[in-house]
Design a protein around this ligand. Structure first.
Ligand SMILES: NC(=O)c1ccc[n+]([C@@H]2O[C@H](COP(=O)([O-])OP(=O)(O)OC[C@H]3O[C@@H](n4cnc5c(N)ncnc54)[C@H](O)[C@@H]3O)[C@@H](O)[C@H]2O)c1
Length: 359
């Protein structure tokens, strides 16, 4: 299934975390579809960053720079906006930061999600909402399992635990308050997303792009960790397909995996070597010891999305890596960074074209 321009045209969409990596891409996709986007987030955490460097603020109807931990502000922003759809991305999104700042991680990810649910509950205009969690919400016993949506939740590190806790709070809110409201909500869990414009610390694609383009030494941890790599556009399109379905039909209100085709599972070292090859880089690769726990095997079973939403991954891991490196390479070559909006739009259009051909 593809996204419907007819559906999204002029829809008011309230996006939390719009200044982040996924939020920046989502803003551009929604604008391409003709939606009106209202953003609510803190300032971008990295410098450089996609949102400010590329001046995405001009695509927004309103750019709230506020904390989701502040219920009053969040409620006011939603009340003023009267959106029909909410997409919640705002979170402390790093496993590593969750070791150094567990308190903020829990406050942003658990209390922040609860605040958002409170705000949604109090605004009648909202017909559908997507709460973005992660593939790390599952209790992972490292048994090379492909997690289905109904598997037990867990979390070794505080990031994973906070996201699993936000899922539990979500399900309690749904049962307690949303059964009789005309507002359908789901949680969504994607794989490790890659794509241009991610400058978050400790993300391998960004490290590859930065170092390999400049032929600098690249340090990598966990070379043999296998991850379900997917281009960021893929799950975002899945979220939009789901939001459209939920807008019209309560039965879609649930939890959904949007992981890549399992053939897309690649070891970190394979991703690095492939990136090095396509950038024709002379960088040296150095392995560094990782003292923090990180899961080695993580794979999602997305049969439910495939069956009921007709959503599927269409880019191979190598195509997704190439899309990402093309973005960073173009970014490094141009002076006027605003040109990245057009470049990103072209990548989205190319993706939508491929999607149309493959469904
Ligand atoms: N990037 C991935 O590979 C990936 C994979 C699975 C799930 N996710 C989830 O997707 C969402 C977006 O991820 P991302 O990679 O774009 O993260 P990111 O770190 O790039 O962006 C996070 C966004 O949340 C905002 N934010 C953080 N704390 C906030 C707070 N207290 N109040 C208001 N805004 C706050 C930031 O300002 C930013 O806009 C997150 O919920 C993340 O957990 C990401």
């Amino acid at each position: 299934m593809n996204v419907s321009k007819k559906f999204w045209k002029n829809k008011k969409v309230f996006v939390t975390g719009h200044t982040g990596f996924k939020g920046s891409w989502l803003t551009i996709i929604l604008k391409l579809l003709g939606a009106k986007v209202y953003g609510y987030a803190l300032n971008p955490i990295s410098n450089p960053n996609f949102f400010d460097n590329v001046k995405l603020t001009k695509l927004l109807e309103k750019d709230y720079r506020q904390n989701i931990q502040d219920l009053k502000n969040l409620k006011n922003a939603i009340k003023k906006t009267k959106p029909s759809i909410v997409i919640h991305l705002a979170a402390q999104s790093s496993v590593f930061v969750s070791y150094s700042d567990p308190v903020d991680t829990v406050q942003s990810n658990v209390i922040g999600t609860m605040n958002l649910l409170e705000a949604i509950k109090s605004e009648k205009s909202i017909k559908a909402g997507i709460i973005v969690t992660t593939d790390k919400v599952y209790k992972n016993l490292e048994k090379k399992k492909k997690f289905k949506e109904n598997e037990p939740l867990g979390g070794h590190d505080v990031y994973s635990g906070s996201k699993a806790a936000s899922e539990i709070i979500f399900h309690s809110y749904q049962k307690s308050f949303f059964q009789n409201l005309n507002c359908n909500l789901s949680t969504v869990r994607s794989g490790n997303c890659i794509g241009g414009g991610d400058w978050t610390e400790d993300r391998i694609m960004k490290d590859c792009a930065e170092k390999l383009i400049q032929n600098k030494k690249l340090l990598i941890r966990s070379p043999n960790a296998t991850r379900p790599w997917q281009h960021v556009i893929e799950p975002l399109i899945g979220y939009l397909i789901l939001a459209e379905k939920m807008y019209k039909n309560k039965n879609y209100s649930s939890s959904w995996n949007f992981g890549p085709n399992l053939k897309n599972n690649l070891k970190v070292i394979d991703l690095v070597n492939f990136s090095k090859k396509i950038l024709k880089s002379k960088s040296k690769i150095k392995l560094v010891k990782n003292n923090l726990y990180e899961s080695t095997n993580l794979a999602l079973n997305s049969d439910k999305s495939l069956k009921y939403l007709k959503w599927k991954t269409i880019l191979t891991a190598k195509e997704a890596i190439k899309f990402s490196l093309d973005w960073y390479k173009f970014y490094s070559q141009i002076k006027s960074k605003e040109k990245m909006i057009e470049f990103s739009k072209k990548q989205i259009q190319k993706y939508l074209y491929l999607l149309k051909r493959k469904v």
